[in-house]
Design a protein around this ligand. Sequence first.
Ligand code: UP5
Ligand code: MG
Length: 190
Amino acid sequence: PKHISRFITFVLGGPGSGKGTQCAKIVETFGFKHLSAGDLLRREIVSDTKYGSMILTTIKEGRIVPSEVTVKLILREIQSSDNLKFLIDGFPRSEENRIAFEQIIGAEPNIVLFFDCPEQEMVKRVLSRNQGRIDDNIDTIKKRLKVFEALNRPVIDHYAKKGKVHKINAVGTEDQIFEQVRPVFAAFEQ
Ligand code: UP5
Ligand code: MG
């Protein structure tokens, strides 16, 4: 069955740490399917589904959308993809998210990438992004950083204890950072 050979990578790191940017490079080089939880949630806002307004408010306040909503969106993408290699970007953001996902999919991620970036650098990047994201303002960024430390950090610690975390120094040029990412995936290519 399909699920036996799935390879799942969780891509974690604070707001603006470069998750999306590096995922694009991993897709190009290693052929993964990129699933950004934030993008999937923002798509729900745009298509104004029944969760749209709740998601909008939650993102604006830098809080975490309930697991049942996010897991359902991710699962739908996994199940409808022909690809078996997934980058799940920006999820799980809390222990509750992690447990919900592992229970539903019945598996743990194969590896976890953690982009380690100083707060001042993350703030600078997010504020200069200029893509009209409703959460890219200084008030929301401060909240996103707090939520990251309080709720996402325990997820990273959990997988670190299991030896699954590959910590990447997220400061430098995009290419310098990718040179740290490349060997992590090259090790799994035959
Ligand atoms: N940039 C990238 N690399 C650079 C480098 N090496 N040097 C200089 N600049 C660099 O990068 C951010 C910016 O920095 C870009 O302009 C880029 O060009 C530049 P990006 O790759 O976009 O960083 P990323 O880590 O993806 O930042 P993002 O803002 O997307 O991270 P968040 O984790 O904050 O956002 P996400 O979209 O994942 O989530 C948004 C919100 O959705 C959350 O706050 C939450 O409210 C909600 N959410 C949930 O509730 N549940 C979920 O599971 C997921 C999200
Ligand atoms: Mg992103």
